[in-house]
Design a protein. Structure first.
Length: 109
């Protein structure tokens, strides 16, 4: 019986505080949401919270080891945050460890 009433429901019948949501997702989806979450208080984070993993993947794809500043500007982030996502700059400088000249067991004692 309730299901048949959905067809008769119009946006102007929905209270103002919920109308925008019903308009965006549609009346039928709004009623489904009300059935699932009706009476509960929920918090929905901003969209960028959900999009952040995809953004970080793209940043990592574009990272070349040297372009922290460029990526920071492009994605409106700090260079420090780009370092957090991609790692430190690759300045091209090699160390003895890169050539296998680390401490061996005899040198360590």
């Amino acid at each position: 019986m309730l299901e048949s009433w959905i067809n008769d429901l119009t946006l102007d019948m929905i209270p103002d505080s919920y109308r925008e949501l019903a308009e965006i997702i549609g009346i039928e989806n709004f009623i489904k949401l009300a059935k699932i979450l009706g009476g509960k208080t929920i918090y929905i984070p901003k969209a960028d919270t959900f999009l952040r993993p995809a953004r970080d993947i793209n940043i990592k794809k574009e990272f070349n080891g040297y372009n922290h500043a460029e990526l920071a500007k492009k994605y409106n982030l700090s260079e420090r945050w780009i370092v957090e996502i991609c790692g430190p700059a690759n300045d091209g400088q090699l160390t003895l460890l890169d050539f296998g000249f680390g401490l061996d067991e005899q040198d360590a004692s």
